[in-house]
Structure formats: C-alpha cells, structure tokens
Design a binder for this molecule. Structure first.
Ligand SMILES: C[S@@+](CC[C@H](N)C(=O)[O-])C[C@H]1O[C@@H](n2cnc3c(N)ncnc32)[C@H](O)[C@@H]1O
Length: 202
C-alpha cells in the first residue's frame, strides 16, 4: 500500500468530494484533548491536523506515524521550527510496540484494512492507550443507503488502483472496536451521516 502518488492532491480531492465535512469531523473532538497530552496520530496524511491540534492546545506533544514518505514530508514541512521539538515524525507502517498515550487519533485509517487485519491493529493500538486515555476515530459509516454504498464502491475501486489498499469494502470498525472492549463515549455525524467521529475509552 502506498499513498505517495496521491499525496500531492489528497487534501484537495477529499475536500472536493466531502467539502467542509471532512475537516469539521476531524476537528470536532480536538477541544477535548487534555492539556499536556501525549498524542499518537496514525496515518495522519499531509499533517494539517497537527496545525489544528496546536491551534486549540499548545501544550501537547505528538508522535506522528505515517507509512507514506510523501505524506510525511508534507506533514514535516508544515510544522513551524518552534513546534518541531513537540512532534516526532516516524516513517513506518508497523503499529508501535511501545509508548503510552493519552490520546490516539486514527482518521480515515481504519477503513484501509480488511477485518482480520484490523482486529490486530485495533488491539495493538489499544495496548498503547493509557488507562484513562481517549481514542478519537473518524471514518466512514455504511448506513445502508444506496448513495453511500455507491460512493464506497467508487472510493474502494479508486484507492485499490491508486494506493493498493488492502480492504475491498468498509470494515465494521465500530463493531470491532466494541468487540475489543472499547467504550464509545460520544459521537457526531457529518455529511448526512456518512462520516462519523467518535471518542472511545478503554
Ligand atoms: C486515507 S489517508 C487519510 C489521511 C488523513 N488521516 C486524513 O484524513 O486526511 C490514510 C493514510 O494512512 C497512511 N497509512 C496507511 N497504512 C499505514 C500504516 N500501516 N501505518 C501508518 N500510516 C499508514 C497512508 O499513507 C495515508 O496517508
């Protein structure tokens, strides 16, 4: 899987299709991040979320995990020199095997994996959460409407060809999180219910 080729246009493309919803959903719960939090972002993309976090919270530190070199370079380039010490950029596709985080953020990341692989990823990330940590997940939901199904088919067709993603359909990420014992604390929907952002705790 590689998002290198799509990295230059990823944000424009996603905003063209989903408008302000794609950003609004990801911003929605950032205000709940406690001061001084140690945050793990997995599959953060071009890194605009780092600016958004620092805008509402100047005291947190971030570990930013990206499997695409091009996405990572974009993210690194946008962080001011003053803020650089507070962000650790890691070019890797393995889930971290150590570290303990107050907040984990996975936005439009869980949808890349087939269920059997996602189960293992969810479990590994859960292990990285502090006991009272929070996990912010933003992703698509299949509400069963025809337009949602068609849009999902189109997106999976596109990203399968361009980025060679492993999933062929939207995995039941919400169900798999629940099966792993994660509690959904709050949720909000965007784009007529097609995008969900939620906070989970252990
Ligand atoms: C669909 S994009 C979403 C980007 C960003 N979260 C957003 O919403 O704009 C998924 C991102 O996850 C990254 N990714 C895929 N597999 C990964 C892995 N195993 N570890 C870290 N990043 C990964 C991709 O390179 C890509 O940048």
């Amino acid at each position: 899987m590689s998002f290198d080729s799509i990295a230059p246009v990823y944000d424009s493309l996603s905003r063209m299709v989903y408008g302000k919803s794609i950003v609004a959903a990801q911003n929605h719960f950032l205000k709940y991040i406690p001061e001084g939090s140690h945050i793990l972002i997995v599959g953060g993309g071009t890194g605009w979320i780092i600016d958004a976090i620092f805008e509402v919270n100047r005291t947190c530190s971030i570990v930013y995990l990206e499997a695409s070199q091009k996405m990572l370079q974009k993210a690194q380039a946008r962080v001011d020199a003053d803020d650089q010490p507070r962000v650790k950029f890691l070019f890797q596709s393995e889930m971290p095997s150590e570290g303990s985080y107050d907040v984990i953020i996975t936005n439009f990341f869980l949808d890349l994996f087939p269920p059997h692989k996602l189960v293992s990823i969810l479990h590994q990330l859960k292990d990285r959460m502090k006991h009272d940590g929070r996990w912010i997940v933003t992703d698509f939901v299949d509400g069963g409407k025809l337009w949602q199904r068609l849009l999902l088919q189109l997106m999976y067709w596109f990203f399968k060809r361009i980025s060679k993603i492993e999933a062929t359909t939207l995995p039941p990420w919400s169900l798999l999180l629940a099966e792993d014992g994660m509690q959904k604390v709050e949720e909000k929907h965007f784009y007529v219910g097609f995008i969900e952002t939620a906070i989970y705790q252990k």
